[in-house]
Design a protein around this ligand. Structure first.
Ligand code: GDP
Length: 457
């Protein structure tokens, strides 16, 4: 299935660093390495999982490229399940590229995105859900996200899916047995027990889906636009949040010159904040653009922090911005609470009730309360991430399909439908579960999944 090709890639990010690692995997990984490595030991003769010091040279020319440490790993006890060599060279763009091109000259080919992990999957080192977890590990934004990804990599979700798959297979056996006993007709007590089992599996899957949807928020995070009229303290609030919540990334100017964004970590949930303060300007043209940008920001985020200045009575502009903001779930953030409060929120909201939170961006008070409100709004309060739940849209899609089939089967029993039809629906549900762990997969599905990886993983 995999052919004899040996693949190679730079496994470390581009740029200057301590070391760079070039990874080779495939049947000939060690033979290829041998052609470009000069050291005390010969890569082909080395024991597995050993490191040796040496030099990488141009194949045949013996012109030195860099001094390196070579790690030799014999199949099958490697990440990909194939012979693997890892060459650690000096961490610079030129040394890494030259070592890679020496590998190619010696017979390897450039790896595609995610191809190392894809090979690990195809060689049975991990199932598909575990391979996806590898991607979640490298892209984890919080320590909670990392923990759940590591557990999924260990197969916690896969085991649960296999458990459900086995239950459904045993239900199908029951169905066949009950058929045999009754000469084509299903015996009532048995079919009742079967219906009950199907019902239980549906309940479990529906719970998994509920939790899974929240887990996706947990992994991918949510995003919020900070909106409000000029000078209410939007930028100050963004800074206070970034400071208090240990910004994941320091605020950087975004694509638009004046938009400022940053990731914060709200109790383990990555939250991307967009400050729309830069959109406002006394100049009318820019003002109009600013309104347009604010509207866009509201549209593109999951919720809105609508900021008002609590120390002054509300103004017409507050109401105008509020009318736009309320397209999305929102929290009214009453800022400058360190000054005396003069605002009446119902003047803006027309008396409708919205979560409110009093803060002082300047003195950093009320920020923790605001976090709690945010968690409540995105449905993540008291949410403990469980690694045995689906964490990707792809998993949810297959579980939804399986639930649909099982409901049809359950209903079919109630309607006395032919056992073959019931068995068909259950078989389809089993197929959906097998898709999650990659027991049945179309090539395109695999390609899409591994395209998300970087080259070298
Ligand atoms: P933006 O235009 O909405 O982004 O507002 P800024 O964050 O630039 O703040 C406008 C002004 O309000 C600045 O002078 C801030 O120092 C001040 N400010 C912001 N937050 C507070 C606060 O909580 N209390 C007080 N007293 N002043 C604040």
């Amino acid at each position: 299935m995999l052919g004899d090709e040996t693949i190679a890639a730079i496994a470390t990010p581009p740029g200057i660093g301590g070391i760079a690692v070039i990874r080779l995997s495939g049947k000939n990984a060690l033979i290829i390495t041998e052609k470009i490595f000069i050291g005390k030991d010969s890569p082909c003769e080395m024991e597995s999982h050993r490191v040796v010091y040496g030099r990488i040279v141009e194949p045949e020319k013996e012109e030195e490229i860099d001094e390196v440490l070579l790690t030799v790993l014999h199949a099958p006890h490697t990440y990909t399940g194939e012979n693997t060599a890892e060459i650690s060279c000096h961490g610079g763009i030129v040394p890494a590229r030259r070592v890679l091109s020496a590998c190619i000259s010696a017979g390897a080919r450039l790896a595609e995105r995610g191809e190392f992990t894809k090979r690990a999957f195809l060689n049975g080192k991990m199932d598909l859900a575990q391979a996806e977890a590898v991607l979640d590990i490298v892209s984890a934004k919080t320590k909670e996200g990392l923990r759940s990804a590591l557990e999924q990599r260990d197969g916690v979700l896969s085991r649960r899916i296999r458990g459900l798959r086995d239950t459904l297979v045993s239900i199908m056996t029951d169905l066949e047995l009950s058929l045999d006993f009754a000469d084509g007709d299903v015996v009532f007590p048995e079919i009742k027990a079967i219906a009950e089992k199907i019902y239980n599996v549906i309940t479990t899957m529906e719970e998994m889906m509920q939790a899974g949807k929240r887990a996706i928020t947990f992994r991918e995070g949510a995003s919020a636009a900070i909106v409000g009229r000029p000078n209410v303290g939007k930028s100050s609030l963004l800074n206070a949040l970034l400071l208090e919540e240990r910004a994941i990334v320091t605020p950087v100017p975004g694509t638009t010159r004046d938009i400022i964004e940053g990731w914060i970590n709200v109790h383990g949930i990555p939250l991307k904040l967009y400050d729309t303060a830069g959109f406002q300007n006394a100049d009318n043209v820019v003002e109009a653009m600013g309104i347009e940008k604010t509207r866009e920001a509201i549209q593109n985020t999951s919720f809105v922090l609508f900021v008002v200045d609590g120390s002054v009575p509300s103004q017409q502009e507050d109401t105008e911005i509020f009318m736009r903001a309320k397209e999305k779930p929102l929290i009214v953030v009453i800022n400058k609470i360190d000054l005396s409060k003069r605002i009446i929120i119902s003047d803006i909201t027309g008396g409708n009730s919205y979560p409110e939170c009093e803060v002082s961006a300047k003195e950093h008070t009320g920020i923790e309360r605001l976090n709690t409100e945010i968690l409540e709004l995105i449905g993540a309060k008291d949410f403990k991430v469980d690694s045995a739940i689906p964490t990707r849209a792809r998993h949810l899609m297959h579980i939804t399909g399986a639930v649909r089939n099982l409901k049809a089967a359950y209903q079919g029993i109630g309607e006395n439908r032919s056992p073959e039809l019931i068995a068909y629906d259950i078989r389809e549900a089993v197929r959906s579960l097998r898709e999650i762990i990659g027991e049945v997969n179309a090539q395109e599905v695999l390609d899409t999944i591994f395209q998300e990886f970087c080259v070298g993983k």
